[in-house]
Design a binder for this molecule. Structure first.
Ligand code: NZQ
Ligand code: ZN
Length: 385
């Protein structure tokens, strides 16, 4: 296992009917900006409940943060923060609202050009302070509710950023608030969480037993309870397990001390930026093809994945790996996620444009060892058919 530091200060408030606890977690004299997306939280009453729990605090609202949040929209929120002298940000929504709020928290206290906060990848953004933020998560998927990362769309490209200052002070994971999710968002969330685990797990063995076994436990839970949540809206026990899986998949715990390979995400972000395909779906298209292409580099961990996650114990190691990848793809398909680019009318010419854009973004040496070049990315995308 490699050396690591682990720091995660986010207070999780988990379960059902938990919003009454908001009052205890936000300073009594705070002036709060409540941020939300395209209106689902208004439509289903979550926003009204949240605001009523804030009691006599001064509250300002900012809606309209879109999926794959746009830089320009977030700048408008920064203006509101400054004009209204806001001192606490409360994100109510999915990953896009939570990520957008993290960016606003940094940008509101930054004196330089705010777009420069986007050009550091996942190295800490060059900031000295940020506004405090909390989250009411309405979509289990990204893990944004318990990590220090965000992804913003700027000039039609997706840019990740990170800072220890944007860990949410708290996040509510109230399963009842997710009951209104359309089925395809549940599927997106299951795929996203599953692939977050894979990006931290399917690399090379470093004898990190806790991380491996936690990762395998999350994958098995997603395989078990993802489809139940997808098929049966009323199964709250399955939904809670799915929700905690999604958070646990990207709160750093399984990623410490192990190599990580975020190739599927880096390629997927390009497909979202260029073709508007939802984040989780892009990942499900790429991953099976990437694993087939990278079989030899990830061999030992793929065998472990086959045996421990998919319980495949018969056949040669090669056969186990092939079956595990097929089962993974079939799992996504069972959630009605199509894993072929042709479904989106993306042909060879469009794939070449993806490669050109990735080159412009400097994404030329992906994988845990930096050996995944754009020629290989092209091959992976072509193989998705
Ligand atoms: O905008 P509203 O009207 O709220 O509707 C949203 C949106 O249309 C809807 N929704 C959310 N909660 C709902 C609901 N509809 C009904 N009932 C509810 N309870 O769902 C739609 C999608 O929301 P969005 O927030 O965009 O989805 P998700 O949570 O999947 O977030 C995706 C974003 O997160 C980034 C992605 O790149 C993408 O921009 N990611 C963030 C990460 C992180 N911070 O660590 C890691 C991820 O890998 C990912 O890149
Ligand atoms: Zn993701």
């Amino acid at each position: 296992m490699q050396n690591f530091d682990y720091y995660n200060p986010t207070h999780i408030v988990f379960g059902q009917d938990r919003l009454a606890d908001l009052d205890t977690l936000i300073p009594a004299n705070a002036k709060v900006l409540v941020l939300y997306g395209g209106g689902s939280v208004k439509k289903y009453g979550t926003l009204a409940t949240v605001v009523s729990q804030l009691g006599s605090r001064e509250v300002v609202e900012f809606g309209g943060i879109e999926p794959n949040p746009q830089f320009e929209t977030l700048l408008k929120a920064v203006e509101v923060v400054r004009a209204e002298k806001i001192d606490f940000l409360l994100a109510v929504g999915g990953g896009s609202v939570m990520d957008g709020t993290k960016f606003i928290a940094l940008a509101a206290e930054y004196d330089g050009e705010v777009n420069s906060l986007l050009f550091n990848g996942t190295a800490p953004a060059p900031v000295k302070s940020a506004l405090a933020l909390g989250c009411v998560a309405t979509l289990p998927a990204t893990g944004s509710e318990m990590n220090n990362v965000g992804v913003i769309t700027y000039n039609e490209q997706k840019y990740p950023f990170a800072s220890p200052l944007v860990f949410p002070k708290f996040s509510f994971l109230d399963a009842n608030l997710t009951l209104t999710l359309p089925k395809e968002q549940i599927a997106n969330g299951v795929a996203d969480a599953f692939i977050h685990v894979i990006e931290q797990y399917l690399t090379q063995p470093v004898n990190a037993k806790i991380q491996d076994r936690f990762a395998e436990g999350i994958l098995k839970t997603l395989i078990e309870d993802g489809p139940v949540t997808y098929a049966d809206n009323d199964n709250i026990d399955a939904r809670k397990n799915f929700m905690w899986s999604a958070t646990s998949a990207l709160n750093s715990l399984i990623g410490v001390g192990v190599p990580q390979d975020w190739s599927t995400h880096m390629i997927g972000h390009e497909l979202t930026a260029m073709f508007g395909i939802a984040h989780g779906r892009t990942l499900a298209i790429i991953l099976p093809s990437l694993l087939r292409e990278r079989k030899s580099q990830k061999y030992a961990k793929l065998v472990q994945f086959a045996e421990r996650v998919w319980d495949i114990n018969d056949g040669s190691d090669d056969e186990k790996i092939d079956l595990a990848i097929d089962k993974t793809e079939a799992f996504f398909n069972s959630l009605d996620i199509v894993t072929h680019l042709s479904h989106y009318n993306i042909d060879e010419q469009a794939i070449d444009n993806v490669i050109v854009n990735m080159k412009k973004m400097g994404l030329t040496k992906l994988s845990e060892t930096g050996d995944l070049t754009l020629d290989i990315v092209r091959k992976i995308l072509l193989a998705t058919k």
